[in-house]
Design a protein around this ligand. Structure first.
Ligand code: R5P
Length: 315
């Protein structure tokens, strides 16, 4: 690889180190701290002039702080004459606010895209967007990786019997269909409704057969866990023998962990797009690393090679 430097924004050091280890590269050095007046400050401790720079930011709570750190870091790299700045955002925050589906509401994911672009990024690499149309919110290139192969592979290796992939709502049905193809099993679909903006989802019905089967509930993200718990319960009530769950992004907001721990799911598998606090780690939750996939995307971009087979196309 040529003229490449990879830096971590504040809380992304662990993930970035993993990416650098995969590529046999030393993580770039930079300083970042806060002044007493709460203003953030960033300084690269090595030259980035004419370099292919990758800025990795994970977006755990407080997310607004994370986005500001990222914008300031992009600005610093741009002013230090980086040749190309690629922002690596394993989880794209505000991705659920992606349309004007009610009066007087924002499209915050578009705003975030604009901010990243305005700060000076040339390209973005992200993963399993809540809505793939978010890619079009960027005028710059946006590469959308997927955790699907990783999750499908994990469950394939478990050799679960009589598997049925369960989509948590109509929006995730296309993805569930792809999982069912990857895992060579049937699928079922939950009729999920959200009545307002209070994070509460209700599973009204299930279309498809889960009776005496191993239900594998797959989604893009687990936030409050409401959707997943509803899905687990409806699968149980419809006679599923065992229930597993998987998602690319494990946000685990509020008391999601406690509720999942009490649920009858056998295992909940997520990737490490969002770092999980030690106090949130329980036996039922298994985290698999997606850092090698990001490392591979970075290597290919730097070497000018195609990324196509790292995406899950709508074939
Ligand atoms: C929704 O459309 C998504 O695919 C997820 O189902 C949702 O973001 C999960 O959120 P929560 O865990 O808060 O129900």
């Amino acid at each position: 690889m040529k003229d490449i430097k990879i830096f971590a924004c504040n809380t992304a050091e662990k993930f970035t180190q993993e990416v650098c280890n995969c590529l046999n590269l030393k993580m770039g050095e930079k300083d970042s701290y806060k002044f007493k007046n709460d203003n953030n400050f960033v300084q690269f401790k090595e030259s980035v002039r004419n370099q292919d720079v990758y800025l990795i930011q994970t977006t755990e709570v407080p997310v607004n702080e994370r986005i500001m750190e990222l914008l300031i870091t992009i600005d610093a790299a741009k002013r230090a004459a980086a040749k190309r700045i690629t922002v690596v955002l394993p989880y794209f925050i505000y991705s659920r606010t992606d349309k004007k589906d009610q009066p007087r509401v924002p499209i915050t994911s578009k705003l975030i895209a604009k901010l990243i672009e305005t700060a000076g990024a040339d390209r973005v690499i992200t993963c399993d967007l809540h809505n793939s149309a978010i890619q079009a919110f960027f005028e710059i290139g946006c590469d959308r990786l997927t955790g699907s192969y990783l999750l499908a592979d994990y469950f394939k290796k478990k050799k679960l019997k009589d598997m049925v992939v369960v989509a948590t709502d109509a929006g995730s049905s296309k993805k569930a269909y792809k999982y069912s193809k990857l895992l060579n099993c049937p699928m079922a679909l939950i009729d999920k409704r959200r009545s307002n903006n209070d994070d509460k989802a209700v599973a009204a019905n299930i279309i498809g057969d889960v009776k005496d089967k191993t239900a594998l509930i797959l989604d893009d993200e687990i936030s409050t866990g409401g959707t997943l718990i509803e899905a687990i319960n409806i699968c149980k009530n419809h006679g599923a023998k065992e229930i597993y769950a998987g998602a690319t992004h494990g946000i685990f907001a509020g008391d999601a962990i406690e509720r999942l721990d009490k649920s009858c799911a056998k295992e909940v598998v997520v990737t490490n797009t969002i770092p999980i606090d030690d106090n949130k780690k329980i036996d039922k939750i298994k985290v698999i690393s997606i850092a090698p996939l990001f490392a591979e995307a970075i290597r290919r971009i730097n070497e000018g090679q195609p990324l196509g087979d790292l995406f899950l196309y709508e074939k």
